[in-house]
Design a protein. Sequence first.
Length: 127
Amino acid sequence: MLMIDQWGKRAVRMLAPEGGISRAHFLCIRRVTNVNRIYRSRNLRIALAVAWLLALGSAIALRETGMWFQSRAAVVGLGTALGGAAGNLVDIWHRHSVVDFIDLRWWPVFNFADVGIVGGLLLAFWP
């Protein structure tokens, strides 16, 4: 998921001006760069990286102890969610911003990392 997310963001940065490039009836590819002042804080970036590592460690511990995430789908879901989170973390760490580009016109603009996080967690916790 990390590589897919970074590829998508790179393609949009190269091909799309700030704003839209494709306007279908239900989907628009629209580059939105989320620049948040807090992303410039080195302490926040370190805290986010530590939180990601703690989430990874917790998931591994829960899997290895047999308490949770025993199915193959759950493991794939966790990997997808952690990869998506890593994609946004890479952007925050290196660019101090996050590029979103998928616009459904009825939901806030998002990116592949967001899809991976939400979809992966749904898969990981599906009964």
